[in-house]
Structures are given as C-alpha cells and as structure tokens.
Write a protein that binds this ligand. Structure first.
Ligand code: ADP
Length: 513
C-alpha cells in the first residue's frame, strides 16, 4: 500500500508559540507607542498650563495695571490746570512717577523673564527692550511736569496749558505703546492657547483613530488565530474518522508549524497502521491458503513418490525389452509421465514452502561457496536448455550468516525464472561481490524482460504470467531474504533482459565462523 502522506513543507519553521509571541510584541509595541505619545502630549499641556498660570497671567495683569495707571495719569493731566490746589496734584504725580510706574514696570519685566527665558528667549528680549523703551520715554515726563507745576506756581496759565497739552500728548503716546505691548503679549498667549487646543484635538483624533485601528487589529488577530487553529480541527476530524476505521490516505494539513508537524506525523502513523493491517490481512489469507495447500500437498506427495518409484521400475523393465517401435514409444510415454511427475513434485515443494514459512537456521557460511555449489547443481539443466552461464564471483567476502538450504532455494528460483525467460537460449550472469555493509548476489539474464502487466507486483504471491506457473517462487524468495535481514529487488538489465539483486547484511563485528 502506498503512503499518501507528503513531506512537510521546508523552510524555517513558524511555531504557534513564535506567532503568538510576535502578535503580543506588535500589540505591546503599538500600545507603548500610543501611551508614550499620550504622555508626551500631556506633559506638554502641563508645561503650557504652568506657563500660562505662572507667566502669562501675571504678565497680562502687570501690563493691564500699567495701562490702567497710564489712563488715570492721563485723566489727572486733563484737569490739572483747573485744580484749586495744584500742590495736592503735584504730590500725586510725584508719587506715581517715583513708586507707581517703577513697580508696574518691574512687575512687567519679572513676569517677562518667567515667561520667555525658557519658552522664547528672543521674543522675550525684544519685548523686554520695548518695555524699557516705554519706561525711558515716560521718564521724560518728569522735567515737563516740573515745568508745569512751576508755571502754575508762578501763575502763568497759558504756559501751564501749553505744558499740560504736551504732557497729554506724551501720555497718549505712552498709552498707545503700552497697548501695543499688551497686544503682542496677548497674541503670544492666544497662540499658546490655540496650540494647546489644537494639540488636544490632534491627540483626541489620534486616540480615536488608534481605538478604531486597535479594534481592527483585534478582529484581525482573532481571524488569524482562527485560521491558525483551523488545521487542528481538521486533525481532530481526521482522528475521529481514523478511530471509526477510515484508514484511506488523506492530504496532510499544509501548515508549517507544530500543527502541520502533528498532522504529518499522524498521517504517517495512519499509513503505518494501514500497511500493518494490510499485511495482517495478507498473512491471514496466506495462512489459510497455506493450510489448505499443506493438506492437499500432503495428500498428493505420497502417491507422487510411489508413482516416481514405479516409474523407475518401469524404466528398468523397458530397458530389458528388445529394441523396437513399441519400446521407443513406451519410453517416450515414460519420459512424458516422468516430466509431469517432476513438475508436480516441484509444485508441491513450493506449496509446502509457502505453508511452512520456516524461520531460517542462521550459520556463518562462505556465501561465494554456497552460490557456486548451487550453480553447479543447476548448470547442467541450464546448458541443456541452451543457456550459457557466466560467473563473476569475488573472493574474500565478509562472512554472512545464512541458512544454506534456503539461500539455495532462492538461487534455484532465480535461475529457473531466468531459464524460462529465455526459451530460445541466452546467457545468465551470476555475480557475487561485497557491497556496503554485506554481500550482493546478482542474477542477470538476456531474456524477454519483465511483463509490464506484473512489473509492480512481482513479489506478491500467485502473480504469474506462465501457463503452468504458481506465482510463488519470487514471493517465497523475498520472504527468505527478508527473514535473513536482507533485501531483494528487480531491475531491467541493459541492453536486454532482467536482473535480480539480493543483498545480505554481514554482522558489523567480525565473527569467527
Ligand atoms: P512463476 O515462475 O511460477 O510464475 P515467480 O514468482 O517465480 O512465479 O515469478 C512471477 C513472475 O515474474 C513470472 O511469472 C514472470 O512473469 C516474472 N519473472 C520472474 N523472473 C523473471 C525473469 N528473469 N524474466 C522475466 N520475467 C520474470
């Protein structure tokens, strides 16, 4: 029976464990990527919030205070010439110039340092320089204010109004400069806030996208796992079928992992069981046939030997008769009967061999000698049939353990077949040589070759192409050789004929015969 299992796929093996591990690594890596990204974004948000809370908020408040101070400064200026008591106003202005403004600008500068030192130092420098310029510009008010209060003290209203208008214009200019500075800071704050909300939106979208992707990956991994384990289901189904007696060969699951390996091993096991059960059935069949054959052969052998004995007596009687037509006709008949009796005897021998299937009695023998002796015995018969014998026997062969009678029987079978394959004569070559771990016997003929109808089953019992053949010779020969631990094969003999090659192993350690 032919095993239908095919070899497992080659190439590096992908184990289920490695696949699971890889899936796990990919998912973990993806998770670490998302977690890392989210943490980074969160840290940036925390940093921005801290910057707004400790930097931008105090800075905008300081700027607003400075603007508010400048507003009240400007409105005080508007009414300074109509004041009943300019001395009070002078105290207010001087306090504002000495304390209010310096404090306001100091707070602006310190808040700017907090905001821009790490965040945007270049812009910080530019804005700091701008605040210093405004402060210096406002410093110029001090002289004009002094002149204004002197004019008021001296009672020069026209001069005082002129100086007041100059101060109002300067105050408005300073206000405009302060508002511009405030606007620039506000733009920065807006940019920061917009960046933060844009980042938040991006993170949200990224997380959403990743959630969708994770779901898709989850579905993918689920389908992949299903596909991965599907062969296991098929192996289970197959095991159930085998358990219920289905030993027919099946396609092996072609996955290159442990499941594929399991399926392949399982199919090899099923093939082995199928082979064993086939062989068991075959040997049971042969045993039954053997029993019958033994019984019939036993019954036939006794009459056959008495016929053979009587034939010899008859031969003697015939030789006593005088020469004549009757005598030669009787001798021809005698020869024909003798031939048939011999054939029947040989047939009974073969059936008995099949029935007995004796275990060989192994002894160390000189293989070449056994072959030569057997050949000597058969050679006259071969020559009589026009078959020339060629010997090619090697010397100093390793000793092999064999049952001489059984090996002779094999050689007889092979030589008889060779003779029968060359009805018009030919040449048979008998070769003995050392081969591998033992010895090899080759019987090659120049006959008609193997009939293609039986070429695949030559060694099966009862397979014959001959009208009087039993189909047992090669089957018995193979059994004998296999019980010797050897092998027998048949091949075409170029340019024509057939060659049978028998291999017998020699024991590995040299042993004395
Ligand atoms: P049998 O000789 O009774 O037919 P065997 O088992 O000895 O039984 O041989 C089986 C068949 O193998 C033969 O019938 C023949 O067809 C084929 N065969 C065996 N030996 C040879 C050979 N040397 N050349 C051609 N055919 C052969």
């Amino acid at each position: 029976m032919r095993a239908a299992t095919r070899p497992p796929p080659t190439g590096p093996k992908k184990t289920v464990l490695s696949r699971v591990l890889w899936s796990y690594v990919i998912i973990t890596f993806a998770f670490a990527l998302v977690a890392g990204y989210a943490v980074l974004q969160q840290r940036q948000s925390v940093r921005d919030t801290a910057l707004i809370r400790t930097g931008y908020v105090p800075l905008t408040l300081a700027l607003r205070d400075a603007v508010a101070l400048q507003n009240s400064y400007n409105s005080q200026l508007n009414h300074i010439t109509e004041a009943r008591n300019p001395g009070d106003k002078r105290v207010w202005f001087e306090t504002s110039m000495r304390l209010g403004r310096p404090r306001a600008f100091m707070e602006i500068r310190s808040a700017m340092r907090r905001v821009f030192t790490s965040h945007n130092p270049l812009l910080g420098e530019a804005l700091g320089a701008e605040s210093q310029r405004i402060e210096r510009f406002l410093e110029g008010d001090r002289d004009v204010l002094a002149q204004l209060f002197s004019a008021l003290d001296r009672g020069e209203p026209l001069k005082a109004e002129q100086l007041r208008d100059q101060l109002v214009t300067r105050g408005n200019d300073a206000l405009t400069l302060l508002r511009t500075l405030e606007d620039r800071v506000n733009v920065q704050l807006d940019t920061l806030t917009e960046d933060a909300s844009r980042r938040e939106l991006l993170t949200l979208r990224f997380l959403l996208g990743w959630a969708v992707f994770s779901i898709l990956v989850g579905i993918g991994v689920g389908l992949y796992a299903r596909r991965l384990l599907q062969p296991l289901e098929r192996v289970t189904q197959r095991a159930k079928a085998v358990a219920s007696g289905d030993l027919t060969p099946h396609e092996v699951v072609a996955s290159h992992d442990e499941i594929g390996e399991l399926a392949h091993t399982f199919e090899s096991m099923v093939a082995a069981i199928a082979r064993a059960s086939h062989e068991l059935r075959e040997s049971e069949r042969l045993a039954t046939i053997g029993k019958m054959a033994a019984h019939v052969t036993h019954e036939v052998r006794n009459p056959l030997s008495s016929i053979a004995l009587n034939l010899e007596l008859l031969d003697e009687e015939l030789s006593k008769l005088g020469a004549g037509a009757n005598r030669s006709e009787a001798q021809l008949l005698h020869q024909a009967i003798k031939h048939e009796v011999e054939r029947l005897t040989e047939l009974t021998e073969q059936y008995l061999s099949l029935a007995r299937r004796n275990e060989p009695t192994l002894e160390f023998e000189d293989f070449a000698e056994v072959v030569l002796e057997a050949l000597m015995f058969v050679e006259p018969d071969l020559t009589r049939h026009g078959v020339e014998v060629e010997r090619d026997i090697a010397e100093a062969l390793p000793p092999v353990r064999l049952d001489e009678a059984q090996i002779r029987q094999v050689l007889h079978n092979l030589l008889r077949n060779a003779r029968q394959a060359m009805p018009k004569g030919g040449r048979v070559t008998v070769r003995v040589r050392e081969s591998g771990d033992g010895v090899e016997l080759e019987v090659a003929d120049t006959g008609e070759g193997i009939d293609p109808l039986v070429s695949g089953q030559l060694f099966e019992p009862f397979v014959t192409t001959k009208s009087h053949g039993t189909g047992l010779g090669l089957s018995i020969s193979r059994h004998i050789i296999e019980t010797h631990g050897g092998s027998i094969r048949c091949e075409a003999n170029a340019p024509r004929g057939t060659r049978f090659v028998v291999h017998l192993p020699a024991p590995s350690a040299p042993v004395q015969a």
